[in-house]
Ligand binder design. Structure first.
Ligand SMILES: *[C@@H]1O[C@H](CO)[C@@H](O)[C@H](O)[C@H]1NC(C)=O
Ligand SMILES: *[C@@H]1O[C@H](CO)[C@@H](O)[C@H](O)[C@H]1NC(C)=O
Ligand SMILES: *[C@@H]1O[C@H](CO)[C@@H](O)[C@H](O)[C@H]1NC(C)=O
Length: 200
């Protein structure tokens, strides 16, 4: 059982980097400050952090959480408690009431599985990996709390499992801000203060 984390940056061709997403494919997180998806029951047993998970939450503030929804808007560089393990793709004070959508889906679409299989084989030594299930969460053009600018971030998490190993891709298509005003960020730049945290 293994967890591998691969981070791709915008320079690695953002348009092809993101897995397909959008309203035709995905469910939506609520449009709300500090909201989360409902509990998403998974159609696989997902091995992660040495445990098996059967559900997760997509949290508006840039997290996936595996025990409870998380509304906290202040990122912390924590060793995460196993009581509520999280993946922090870009933990910061997203406010999609201002702009953006947060999409998610689980899929066994053959084209998507083929791409995931190819990605993992290309980027790891696991040449026999065969993706069985993929989860895609996308924060699409999301604004920050207190924004007076047009700055938005687009980033994505992809969980890929064969039921035995789980890989996580973090895809950063476009990052324009790091901080909401409740965390000391500047309303016009979205920078400064306590900036976003990425926890692998
Ligand atoms: C997770 O589930 C698999 C079978 O689905 C099982 O083989 C494995 O032992 C489980 N792992 C843990 C930590 O419970
Ligand atoms: C993986 O590598 C193969 C061979 O180099 C290439 O054709 C394919 O496009 C790559 N796939 C991805 C998803 O990068
Ligand atoms: C799962 O992982 C174990 C331990 O690495 C390995 O022996 C087994 O063959 C794997 N099973 C599958 C279906 O990949």
């Amino acid at each position: 059982m293994g967890i591998f984390l691969l981070i791709h940056y915008k320079v690695l061709i953002a348009h092809y980097l993101l897995y397909p997403y959008g309203s035709a494919l995905d469910a939506l997180c609520p449009v709300s400050d500090d909201g989360s998806s409902p509990r998403i029951d998974l159609s696989v047993t997902l091995p992660l952090f040495g445990r098996n998970y059967s559900y997760l939450y997509v949290d508006n503030n840039g997290l996936l959480s595996f025990s409870a929804a998380i509304s906290s808007w202040t990122p912390r560089p924590l060793p995460i408690s196993l009581n509520n393990p999280i993946l922090a793709i870009f933990w910061a004070d997203v406010d999609n009431r201002i702009a953006g959508n947060i999409y998610y889906r689980q899929s066994r679409d053959t084209g998507l599985l083929a791409r995931a299989t190819s990605d993992i084989r290309n980027y790891t030594q696991d040449q026999n990996f065969q993706a069985q299930w993929v989860f895609v969460a996308t924060w699409d053009h999301v604004a920050y709390y207190g924004s007076t600018s047009n700055k938005v971030n687009t980033f994505q998490a992809v969980l890929i499992t064969d039921g035995n190993s789980t890989y996580t891709l973090y895809n950063y298509a476009d990052i324009q801000w790091t901080t909401g005003t409740s965390n000391g960020g500047d309303s016009s730049t979205g920078l400064g203060g306590t900036p976003a945290v990425v926890i692998l």
